[in-house]
Design a protein around this ligand. Structure first.
Ligand SMILES: [Zn+2]
Length: 435
């Protein structure tokens, strides 16, 4: 689904429910009798207990129960001139934004309005940078508004773009200058999800992934989109949330307003639904605003406002801060089923000692560890150092076969470690002793 400053998409929607579980207050088993007795001795006790229980119910989901799913990400920087060749620090910063938003560690998470506090949660999904591809090109990437075609040429080297790494195992993210003024990014959901129309998935596996306009591939700043179809220029704050939003689509989420037909021409379409039970009934997007009064499908008592805090709304990026538990259930289900290759362990590991692709020295090592490669292919690789429990003890480092990679091991306790190198769909391993 694409993220544009104008809504241009025609989608069909289905109603699809997700169960919501709210922890029950401890009742029964003599509880009422016990409280009654305490109330007799300490007047006001019952009110206080009820208040505490109410407060607990309002809290976001507690950080427990869910296994962390970790997704390896390959970022393709497809650029025309050096000013568009985004530096590695900025790429890592964007991965950090994803890790904050998909772990509810974003600093603005507590701005969620009280009416939504009981439905938002921590998805327990994390991301790590597995590789960076840089391709310089002369080709233009543009959304064809009239023809309706997306700039998937960015995903093909034969078309001036960069070829995907195995899309079953990596989340591929292409970053380029999308011309035409309005398209900030787009992503395909997996095939055959009940709450998506047929054919919304990628046209072929090697085109699966996320595309982001280079202007919004960052944590801070503003972006001005040129006037389109006679409209005025629009300036929006950038907080890296286009990426969060597109990864939400990639993991199966629809727009919170359900993409109803009428919403395309600006009329709230309250029959459309996003397939998520705990998001409010919302008939149109928040139009890159954050209006606390907007309630596009108001229906009396208990009805909630439009949820401009939801990452799957089109609200200002500095108002987006939450996924709901129903949305989280969909994303985790997609990772357990349609996109399970992203979180499966790599099974065939190559021993570095038995192979000429990489040399790791010295071993035993002290202070620094060096990695060199004899690979002809200059595709970047990722290095991880793990302890005997498999825990990473060093932030993942990126290297290229043409360069010698240095890992600083100062400060690590002496002992046995494992060095893991990931390149493409290959995984290399060597035991390393640190003195
Ligand atoms: Zn979208």
């Amino acid at each position: 689904m694409i993220r544009v400053l104008l809504m241009l998409l025609v989608c069909f929607t289905f109603t699809y429910g997700q169960a919501q579980i709210i922890p029950a207050a401890p009742k029964g088993c003599g509880h009422d009798h016990y409280v009654h007795a305490l109330e007799h001795h300490y007047p006001g006790f019952k009110d206080r207990v009820d208040q505490v229980l109410q407060d607990i119910k309002k809290r976001p989901q507690l950080a427990k129960d869910l296994e962390i799913y970790r997704i390896p990400v390959v970022v393709h920087i497809v650029y025309k001139d050096e000013s568009q060749n985004i530096p590695e620090e900025q790429i890592k910063d964007v991965i950090d934004v994803l890790n904050e938003d998909f772990r509810r560690k974003n600093a603005d998470a507590d701005l969620i309005r009280e009416e939504f506090m009981d439905v938002v949660g921590d998805p327990f999904i994390e991301f790590e940078l597995a590789g960076v591809e840089r391709v310089q090109t002369e080709v233009t990437f543009e959304l064809d508004l009239l023809g309706g075609s997306l700039p998937d040429n960015v995903k093909q080297s034969a078309e001036g773009g960069s070829d995907a790494w195995d899309t079953q195992k990596y989340l591929n993210m292409w970053v380029c200058n999308i011309e035409g003024g309005s398209l900030l990014g787009y992503a395909y959901p997996p095939a055959d999800l009940e709450h998506w129309p047929d054919g919304a998935n990628a046209p072929s596996p090697e085109l699966d992934g996320v595309v982001i306009h280079q202007e919004v591939f960052r944590r801070t700043g503003t972006h001005t989109a040129s006037g389109l179809l006679g409209l005025d220029e629009v300036t929006i704050p950038v907080r890296g949330r286009t990426i969060t939003h597109e990864v939400g689509h990639y993991l199966g989420l629809r727009h919170i307003w359900g993409d109803g037909l009428l919403s395309i021409i600006g009329i709230p379409d309250c029959n459309a639904d996003d397939g998520v039970e705990d998001t409010p009934q919302q008939g149109s997007s928040s139009q890159f605003a954050c209006d606390p009064e907007q309630n596009s499908c108001g229906s009396g008592e208990g009805d909630k406002h439009d949820m401009f805090e939801n990452f799957m709304d089109y609200a200002r990026e500095d108002c987006l801060n939450s996924f709901t538990k129903g949305q989280i259930a969909i994303m985790r289900s997609v990772l357990e089923n349609e996109r399970s290759g992203l979180i499966d362990q790599v099974s065939n590991t190559i021993a570095i000692e038995d192979n000429q692709d990489f040399q790791v020295y010295p071993n035993p090592a002290k202070g620094q560890l060096f990695i060199e490669s004899s690979l002809k292919d200059n595709t970047s690789y990722q290095v991880r150092l793990v302890d005997t429990q498999g825990r990473m003890v060093h932030a993942p480092a990126l290297g290229r076969p043409a360069d010698r990679q240095t890992i600083n091991i100062n400060g690590l306790p002496a002992g046995l470690y494992g060095l893991v190198i990931l390149q493409g769909d290959k995984q290399y391993f060597q035991k390393v002793v640190i003195r």
